[in-house]
Structure formats: structure tokens, C-alpha cells
Write a protein that binds this ligand. Structure first.
Ligand code: XBP
Ligand code: MG
Length: 256
């Protein structure tokens, strides 16, 4: 007999909201300018940099690949840490201006799951303060409390695509992977969730729509709202126009 569905585990950036191009990218550029660095991450370059998860890791990758001329300070780790903290302050400020909202269907599905007693968790590469900034501004002032576990950032040493952050979330939920469904938007995230043994639903976005989501149980363009139906790319949506709890239960049962 298959395990009953007990919890939904959500990625943040790209899944709950389109935060990368207009949020994180802009915040990185503001922090670079404030530090008098001549680094500018345009939208296309950022698409390439997104292959590396984690802001500090992404800056390191950028320098290795695009700016080998940059003379690194002696305390390079400390330099990256301070720059990343400055970027996150800019990010929080941008979100507090209310410019980034949730993706279609996110509030609807979270609300439906809560009402049905399905537990919620977060599994993300981004820093915990960024999760809070997004949830408080885009979902509800108390939205952090909607999620029983917020697994974020450096709590595990190996970021996505490693499965560690999902395993961390499962451990703190005290649930087996077979009792949960993960929601992701990227290849790195899907590999991480699948590596932890989770049935995975992918909602693609502009940066990730051509990526490989091997092993995903359902790939759609969005969770959908009444009037804006989903487009199913891979999997079977049982004739539904949106990803609601009934469809998630169906995908979960079929995916085990
Ligand atoms: C996305 C990431 C993050 C953000 C930037 O995380 O890879 O690095 O781009 O956030 P996810 P930080 O999709 O897992 O939510 O600068 O805080 O790392
Ligand atoms: Mg993501």
C-alpha cells in the first residue's frame, strides 16, 4: 500500500515566485555597484550563472569563468560573504517595495493544503532571510509560520543539485520521502528532490523551460488559476486545468 500524502515541500526561487531576474539579479548588481565593482549581470549572463546554486557560490563561479583578471583580496571568503550580505539587504529592500508577487496558483494551493491538514515545508538554496522577506511581503506577514520546516541556505554544506537540503527537510518533518511531494522549477532543484527520493512536480519558468527534468512526475508551466489553465509538458493531469490538492494526491499516488 502506498504512503498517504502528509506534506508538500516547496522550492522558493522560481517556484513560489519569479525572484531571480527581477529580484536576486538586480540586488547583486546593486551590491556590486555599491562596492565599486565593475561587474554587471545582465539577464542573459544571469541565465548562465543560474547553473550554480547559492549566491556566494554563483559569484565565485562568475569570477572563475568570466573575470579571471579580478585580483582577489587575501580574505576572499570574507569578501564574498560581506558582498553577499549586502546583496541580501538590497534584495529585502526590493521585496519590501512589493514588486515581486507569487506565481499563479501558489497561494491557492498552499491555502488548500493548509485547510486539508497537509503539512508544508521549504527546501531552498537561498538564505533564510530571503525566504522570510519573500513570504512576509508576497504571501502574508505571518507566512513563515505556515511552514513547519524552513530548510534554507548554508544549513547543509552541499547545495542543490545535491539531495541534502531535501533530506534535511524530511528529517526535520520526521517523514519518509514517500509521504511527501516536492515542487521545483529548475533542473538542479529537480535533481535534488529526486535524489532525496521525492515525487516531484516541476513548474517551469523563462529561465528553466528548456532544462532537463529527468524523473519529474509532472511538468507544467505553472500551478494555474481558474481562467489561466496549466499547460502540461510531461505527465498526466487527469484532465484538470490547475494543480490542486486532488491532482497532487493523484500524482503522488501514481509516482510512488
Ligand atoms: C535559488 C538559488 C539562490 C538564489 C540567490 O534557490 O540558487 O542562490 O538565486 O539566493 P532555490 P542567495 O531555487 O533553491 O530557492 O543569494 O541567498 O543564495
Ligand atoms: Mg528554484
Amino acid at each position: 500500500m502506498s504512503d498517504a500524502l502528509k506534506a508538500l515541500i516547496f522550492d522558493v526561487d522560481g517556484t513560489l515566485a519569479d525572484t531571480e531576474r527581477d529580484g536576486h539579479r538586480v540586488a547583486f548588481n546593486l551590491a556590486f555597484a555599491a562596492a565599486s565593482l565593475d561587474w554587471v549581470w545582465d539577464e542573459a549572463l544571469y541565465g548562465d550563472l543560474l547553473r550554480v546554486t547559492g549566491g556566494k557560490e554563483r559569484m565565485r563561479f562568475f569570477l572563475d569563468r568570466y573575470r579571471t583578471d579580478f585580483i582577489r583580496p587575501i580574505d576572499f571568503d570574507g569578501f564574498l560573504k560581506a558582498l553577499h550580505a549586502a546583496k541580501n539587504r538590497e534584495y529585502a529592500r526590493l521585496l519590501s517595495e512589493g514588486t515581486i508577487g507569487l506565481r499563479p496558483g501558489v497561494r491557492r494551493l498552499l491555502t488548500e493544503a493548509r485547510a486539508a491538514g497537509i503539512r508544508l515545508a521549504i527546501s531552498t538554496t537561498t538564505s533564510p532571510e530571503n525566504v522570510e522577506a519573500l513570504l512576509a511581503n508576497a504571501l502574508a506577514p505571518d507566512a513563515m509560520s505556515w511552514f513547519e520546516v524552513v530548510a534554507a541556505g548554508d544549513v547543509v554544506p552541499a547545495k542543490k543539485p545535491a539531495p541534502d537540503i531535501y533530506l534535511y527537510a524530511l528529517e526535520h518533518l520526521r517523514l519518509p520521502a514517500s509521504a511527501c511531494v516536492a515542487f521545483e522549477d529548475s533542473s538542479n532543484g529537480c535533481r535534488s528532490a529526486r535524489g532525496a527520493g521525492l515525487v516531484t512536480v516541476v513548474t517551469t519558468n523563462d529561465y528553466t523551460e528548456h532544462e532537463n527534468f529527468e524523473g519529474a512526475a509532472l511538468i507544467v508551466d505553472q500551478l494555474g488559476e481558474i481562467g489561466t489553465p496549466i499547460t502540461v509538458k510531461v505527465g498526466e493531469a487527469a484532465g484538470r486545468g490547475l494543480v490542486d490538492l486532488a491532482l497532487v494526491r493523484h500524482v503522488h499516488a501514481a509516482g510512488l
